[in-house]
Design a protein around this ligand. Structure first.
Ligand code: BES
Ligand code: MN
Ligand code: ZN
Length: 499
């Protein structure tokens, strides 16, 4: 797995900043007031920080105001002058943390935060810093050996503050979350020749070592269960279609909450073949399953006091002499028949059976499914927010609060009968596409047909947010791990007893 940075918390009063190697980060308030550590470095550096801040446009807003190379009088190779802006909230802290990560030079980093005030959202800043340092190098010549200093980015970050115990207290849960996010990103970044359905299942099975109960269903079991909507998708692939069930039972006797993920390890479109341009991006079409896996990892690592079951359908959508055709009619596990109009609308076929299986097997208290389901959601919301659909306003409110708290941004889109009607088939109970208009909504309505009345259910379409081409505050280019933090938070607020 891509290694996490080491984060240590120390009392700032005892630290010798002049002797700190690598990068030293100090802060100025929005009005230009320097923290005690910044004041000391400013003196050692002959007033360089004060002079930089006197320049119009330098400082005042969240981010890195200025970077100083090989500063005189210090052992460090770089000093960063950062700023959280006025009345910083968690979003400002994430922006600043991400900006610091991007500006870091080689070697360790020391972050001097004393004097920022008790209200400063330092945990959010440190989390964003750690997440933004992720660097997927598995296939690079310069891949670091186990225990080596990575080529880019520091492996040790010392956070100095006047309340190190308070910060360190929350750091176990924070590192559990960071590891969940890194796990998800590694899965999403892996190419499809490596991350086959077998390899994916094996990486999930390995989480038994951290206390998850993991069960793998192969094609014979899926046949017996009648999951022909799912099996049809994988019919043209040499890789076996699988369903993996991950269970974390850290709560009491109550029924579990369920997380469901789309795990299409590669989506060629099948016989309804996608165009060549950009098809390589379809290695990320298992992003929903990757997110579910990352959340389950985090829950196990932080020993969450909640019962959660994570179920993912793993399949490859390939064209072949044995592949499913447009016009085929398949019977789902629920019993409803589906006319395949377009073999590229495969995610909903997989989810139909997995959602039904989860409800029959676990009678969950609620379900959230995640899927890179439609290009249409990218047309609607771009890459900034995931689109979600809900049958339950209380669950929706909990998700919104969790998303707002973690920076995984989302936006609610509507379900409704007129959209469901776009899915009427002349020959079968349902067809798998609803035409060009409202493509993300009709996909959600397709899934809705496989959710029993009264079950609180949310579908999140993460096609636009699972990866980033430019990088975000918290993620470099590539997989983002969108949703791992929000769902971990949702579990915490909705299922776990206080204290
Ligand atoms: N995996 C794709 C959706 C997707 C598109 C994810 C872009 C990430 C980035 C999905 O299986 C798909 O092909 N959807 C079709 C549905 C259509 C055929 C009704 C789409 O969105 O074009
Ligand atoms: Mn597709
Ligand atoms: Zn797909």
């Amino acid at each position: 797995m891509t290694p996490l940075p080491h984060i240590l918390f120390d009392a700032e009063a005892e630290a010798d900043l002049a002797a700190a190697e690598g990068t030293v980060i100090v802060f100025a308030a929005a009005d230009g007031t320097l923290t005690p550590a910044a004041t000391a470095l400013d003196a050692a550096m002959g007033g360089a920080l004060t002079r930089a801040l006197a320049e119009p446009g330098v400082g005042g807003k969240p981010g890195v105001a200025e970077s100083f190379g090989w500063p005189a009088g210090l052992a460090a190779r770089r000093v960063l002058l950062a700023c959280l802006g006025a009345d910083p909230d968690a979003a400002a802290a994430r922006k600043t943390g991400g900006a610091i990560a991007k500006a870091l030079a080689k070697g360790p980093a020391t972050l001097a935060t004393a004097g920022l005030g008790d209200e400063a959202p330092l945990a959010d800043l440190v989390m964003a810093l750690a997440l933004r340092l992720y660097d997927f190098r598995a296939y690079k010549k310069s891949k670091p050996a186990e225990g080596d200093e990575p080529e880019q980015g520091p492996r040790t970050i010392r956070v100095l503050s006047d309340r190190p115990e308070a910060l360190a207290g929350g750091s176990r849960a924070m590192m559990a979350l960071a590891e969940g996010v890194f796990f998800t990103r590694d899965l999403v970044n892996e190419p499809a020749n490596v991350l086959t359905t077998d390899e994916f299942a094996a990486r999930l099975a390995a989480m038994q070592e951290i206390g998850l109960d993991v069960e793998i269903l192969g094609e014979p079991e899926l046949q017996t269960l009648g999951m022909r909507a799912l099996l049809g998708v994988g019919q043209g692939s040499a890789s076996e279609t699988k369903v993996v069930v991950m269970r974390w039972m850290g709560g009491g006797q109550e029924a579990p909450f369920a997380l469901v993920g789309k795990g299409v390890v590669f989506d060629t479109g099948g016989i309804s073949l996608k165009p060549a341009s950009g098809m390589e991006d379809m290695t990320m079409d298992m992003g929903g399953a990757g997110t579910v896996a990352g959340v389950m990892r985090t829950l196990a690592l932080r020993k969450a006091r909640a019962n959660v079951v994570g179920v993912v359908g793993l399949v490859e959508n390939m064209p072949d002499g044995t592949a499913q055709r447009p016009g085929d009619i398949v019977r789902s596990m629920k019993g409803d028949t589906i006319e395949i109009i377009n073999t590229d609308a495969e995610g909903r076929l997989l989810l139909a059976d997995v959602l039904w299986y989860v409800q029959q097997t676990f009678k969950p208290t609620g379900i959230v499914d995640l899927a890179t389901l439609t290009g249409a959601v990218i047309i609607a919301l771009g890459h900034h927010r995931a689109g979600y659909y809900a049958t339950d306003d209380a669950l929706a409110a909990d998700l919104e609060a969790a998303c707002a708290a973690t920076g995984d941004e989302t936006w609610r889109l509507p379900l409704g009968k007129p959209y469901a009607e776009q899915l009427k088939s002349a020959k079968a109970d349902l067809k798998n596409t609803g035409g060009r208009s409202a493509g993300s909504v009709t996909a959600a309505e397709f899934l809705h047909a496989f959710v029993e009345d009264g079950v609180p259910w949310i579908h999140i379409d993460i096609a636009g947010t699972a990866t980033t081409s430019a990088g975000t505050d918290m993620a470099p280019k590539g997989a983002t791990g969108w949703g791992v933090a929000a769902l971990d938070r949702l579990v915490r607020t909705r299922l776990e007893p206080e204290g």
